[in-house]
Design a protein around this ligand. Structure first.
Ligand code: FEO
Length: 397
């Protein structure tokens, strides 16, 4: 079936829109609005394919590509990042055109060999290397750890297109492709979730790389990402957003994330929220039960917060497992310049608050106090103490 979409006289989108995707990176990332694996076909004097699609769609991809072009006419394949959602159709494609050179970074070569164990014709490139393809030239820019060591961007002169791979992407399915045709609220929510959950640990590199690309002073009419929309309407807006998000982003928000066995810790969380609101009526407060709310949504709310409170009852001398899974994710994301404290109910030993505090410290949060505990079911006085804890937490920020 012919599914290609023409972007310019020379460039077509030949990817796959995946409306059914529910999770990504195994089950680490929840997907609610589908996604896409964007691949691009450039027809200048030379024919170039940029990236492919996720493995389950490999045959469909190659068949659709064949209906668009004689595969033997493809002169170069560019793999900007060899994670399987972009390199997945490579084996199927190389069966058809085995000698075609694959352009990638030095690290890309390692990843491709590590994934496919094939002796393909790989040409490695580095920042500043160019490929003449006719009227246009392709300029390569390495972008290591955005978000894998192999990642690179490709800039196409003449058309002024930046192929950015995962950067500026979102898990968002769209048939109409462009940012201005998307529901703006959904689009930016998904772009933020993507940044918070995937790119946060690399924020310093994001900032550096964007500034490096901006210093090249390249005109950019279109940013062609590898997931979700293509940014044609004011592409600078997503670059600006990335610079904000990469700079220890925070809003005037405090997130209370907790788990609870018999509701005592929930009652504490709610009383703390009341205290926070009394002290600062302007602050946005969100209460999220880690056992009930999607973990990636919680991470996104933490990303937006200036401070968090982590709560759990004590069980088996530890804290509850939903908080454990969440904090394991949070440790890896390496949030910067956020403050925190812990709270929780207990019956006898009561270790949860101390352990949560230790793990928040390991996760890089600035701990503002030693936390707050309440024994058994909090009575009126205990809830008042929780409110007071909420007020003093705000004062300490
Ligand atoms: Fe979309 Fe890092 O792969």
């Amino acid at each position: 079936m012919r599914t290609a979409k023409k972007l310019t006289d020379k460039v077509s989108w030949v990817g796959k829109v995946d409306w059914e995707l529910q999770t990504f990176h195994g089950h680490e990332y929840s997907v609610r609005k589908g996604s896409s694996y964007n691949s691009y076909l450039i027809r200048d004097e030379k024919v170039v394919l940029i990236d492919t699609v996720w493995l389950p769609y490999d045959q469909e991809f190659v068949e659709n590509l064949r209906s668009e072009i004689d595969l033997n006419e493809i002169d170069y394949i560019i793999i900007q990042h060899a994670e399987i959602d972009h390199s997945g159709a490579l084996r199927e494609l190389m069966r058809e055109i085995p000698g075609t050179p694959i352009y990638c970074t030095k690290n890309g070569e390692k990843v491709i060999k590590g994934h496919f164990h094939e002796d393909w014709n790989i040409v490695t490139v580095k920042t500043g290397d160019t490929l003449d393809i006719g009227e246009s030239q392709l300029v390569f820019v390495e972008a290591p750890m955005l978000h894998w060591p192999d990642t690179m961007f490709t800039y196409m002169t003449g058309e002024n297109i930046l192929f950015s791979n995962d950067a500026f992407g979102q898990h968002y399915a769209t048939e109409s492709l462009y940012n201005d045709t998307a529901d703006q609220c959904d689009l930016f929510a998904e772009a933020l979730k993507y940044y918070a959950n995937i790119l946060t640990p690399f924020s310093a590199l994001v900032k550096k790389k964007i500034n490096e690309v901006l210093a090249m002073d390249l005109p950019v009419n279109l940013i062609c990402t590898s997931h979700g929309v293509l940014w044609r309407d004011n592409p600078a807006q997503i670059i600006q957003k990335y610079l904000e998000w990469a700079d220890a982003y925070q809003e005037n928000q405090i997130t209370i994330v907790y788990d609870t066995m018999w509701n005592s810790t929930r009652l504490m969380a709610e009383a703390i929220a009341v205290g926070i609101q009394q002290e600062d009526p302007e602050v946005t407060v969100k209460l999220l039960n880690a056992a009930k709310v999607d973990k990636n949504d919680i991470v996104t709310e933490i990303f937006k917060s200036k401070a968090i409170l982590a709560g759990s009852s004590t069980v088996n001398n530890r804290y509850l497992s939903a908080m454990g899974g969440l904090l394991e994710m949070v440790k890896g994301l390496k949030f910067k310049q956020k403050k925190a404290a812990a709270f929780g109910s207990y019956g006898w030993s009561g270790e949860a608050v101390k352990l949560l505090t230790e793990d928040l410290t390991t996760a890089g949060f600035e701990i503002v106090n030693e936390g707050h505990r309440a024994i058994w079911v909090p009575d009126e006085d205990a809830l008042k103490a929780c409110q007071e804890f909420g007020r003093s937490f705000v004062q300490s920020l």
